[in-house]
Design a protein around this ligand. Structure first.
Ligand SMILES: CC1=C(CCC(=O)O)c2cc3nc(cc4[nH]c(cc5[nH]c(cc1n2)c(C)c5CCC(=O)O)c(CCC(=O)O)c4C)C(CCC(=O)O)=C3C
Ligand SMILES: [Fe+2]
Length: 389
């Protein structure tokens, strides 16, 4: 953190976050009981062409956990951590929470924020990387919520600004480094120094990976665009930090999980389970799965890694551990405060220093036209192509 930010952050001063008068935590949402599962999945997959068989299967993942996704509880913990961090640093900024796919719904929380007189809202999405699902789709959700407010007759709509991608922010990366060290410790001593690190993230269609991020970062032929580049950068930073702490250089790869599309459509590969098989075949003594693509230990982590991939490793007789996601780590809460203060200063026209690890540097504040395009044109807020101010 820069001295300038450190000073600002430790001085209880009014208007520190100006022009912002609220922070919105924007997330995916998840079911909170068996009756929620099917309607939740209908919300997620509306108009997305996910095969019925896949939906039935994913429903079973949720039913296996009593129909409850941990994601909402994890967001409540993050809200508590943010409020605590803000209070401790004299940052008087109310924090709201809304989801794309389950209550509390984004539309409802936007109504509440408008009724509370919030005019300028900073938005933190629980997705750290560039992609359609992780960025533009949230911007479309914001545009829909603003349209709903307009339809309600709200004359002056609040302005929403999405905070930059934080995949390379030290407050996101450092807790993951600690998580990998802890996971390594949990492996039998004799296999530790030869363990492979399998960094995992959500598979997405290669077509959408190739067009992730700003237009100038788009790629062809399945190279994966900004989405893959950003994950590779974080993986390298974590692997380097682990080497610095353990004195051992562990082999690592970026692999994918949670693929859901029809089989004839190419998605990013290899899948973690196939990867475990090939590592085992090549004689790897152990594996640590590092879910860098996710912000909390939600269903993708609990089912796809802790249940499915862990069972695959057991079948192979391959020692395996899974490292923790950041969740409500106080360092992540502090990072969110820094991101708000940084963007607030930038919006006020003041010079700012932006924290970032790795080679890519801090991500953009405002998504440019053509960033992470959707399949069809839909209005998206908080970007250069926003129809809203
Ligand atoms: C990149 C990405 C992230 C990471 C960034 C971020 O966090 O945003 C993410 C997170 C999540 N994905 C989640 C759940 C689901 N995702 C699905 C489907 C899809 N995800 C996709 C991508 C991503 N998804 C895509 C391209 C699809 C295909 C359909 C479409 O194009 O939209 C489906 C449908 C069934 C299926 O799995 O096929 C479900 C149920 C949950 C909640 C977990 C819980 O409940 O604890 C979370 C956090
Ligand atoms: Fe997903």
């Amino acid at each position: 953190m820069s001295d300038q930010l450190r000073a600002a952050a430790s001085t209880p001063a009014e208007g520190l976050a100006a022009p912002y008068d609220a922070l919105l935590l924007l997330s995916f949402g998840g079911p909170e009981g068996p009756d929620d599962v099917v309607p939740f999945l209908e919300n997620v997959t509306r108009g997305r062409g996910i095969p019925r068989e896949r939906l039935k299967e994913v429903g079973q993942h949720y039913f296996g956990f009593g129909g409850v996704s941990p994601i909402n509880g994890q967001n409540r913990e993050l809200l508590d951590a943010l409020r605590k961090d803000f209070a401790e640093h004299g940052l008087d900024l109310p924090v709201y929470w809304g989801n794309r796919n389950w209550a509390p719904y984004l539309d409802d929380v936007m109504r509440e924020m408008a009724a509370d007189g919030r005019r300028r809202i900073a938005v933190l999405a629980t997705s750290a990387y560039a992609s359609y699902s992780g960025c533009r789709q949230y911007r479309e959700n914001l545009a829909d919520a603003l349209a709903a407010l307009a339809a309600d007759g709200v004359a002056e709509l609040p302005r929403v600004d999405k905070l930059r991608h934080y995949f390379n922010h030290p407050g996101f990366v450092q807790p993951m480094v600690d998580g990998v060290l802890a996971a390594l410790e949990s492996l039998p001593q004799e296999v530790r120094s030869g363990a492979h690190l399998a960094f995992t993230t959500h598979s997405i269609p290669t077509a959408s990976a190739d067009t992730s991020g700003p237009v100038e970062e788009h790629t062809a032929d399945g190279e994966g665009g900004a989405y893959v580049k950003q994950h590779l950068d974080v993986a390298r930073v974590i692997a380097d930090a682990v080497r610095a702490r353990t004195g051992t250089e562990l082999p690592w790869e970026l692999v994918y999980q949670s693929r859901s599309g029809a089989p004839h459509i190419p998605w990013l590969e290899p899948d973690i389970c196939d990867h475990l098989e090939s590592l085992h075949g090549a004689g790897a003594p152990a594996v640590v799965m590092v879910p860098i693509g996710f912000v909390s230990d939600h269903m993708e982590v609990l089912y796809d890694l802790d249940t499915e991939a862990t069972a695959k490793a057991a079948e192979l007789g391959l020692p395996i551990a899974r490292s923790a996601t950041v969740g409500a780590d106080p360092r992540f809460a502090a990072a969110v405060r820094e991101l708000v203060l940084e963007r607030a200063a930038a919006e006020r026209g003041e010079p700012v220093e932006r924290c970032a690890l790795g080679l890519l540097g801090p991500s953009h504040d405002l998504c440019a036209v053509g960033c992470c395009p959707a399949r069809g044109p839909r209005p998206a807020a908080a970007g250069a192509d926003s129809p809203y101010a």
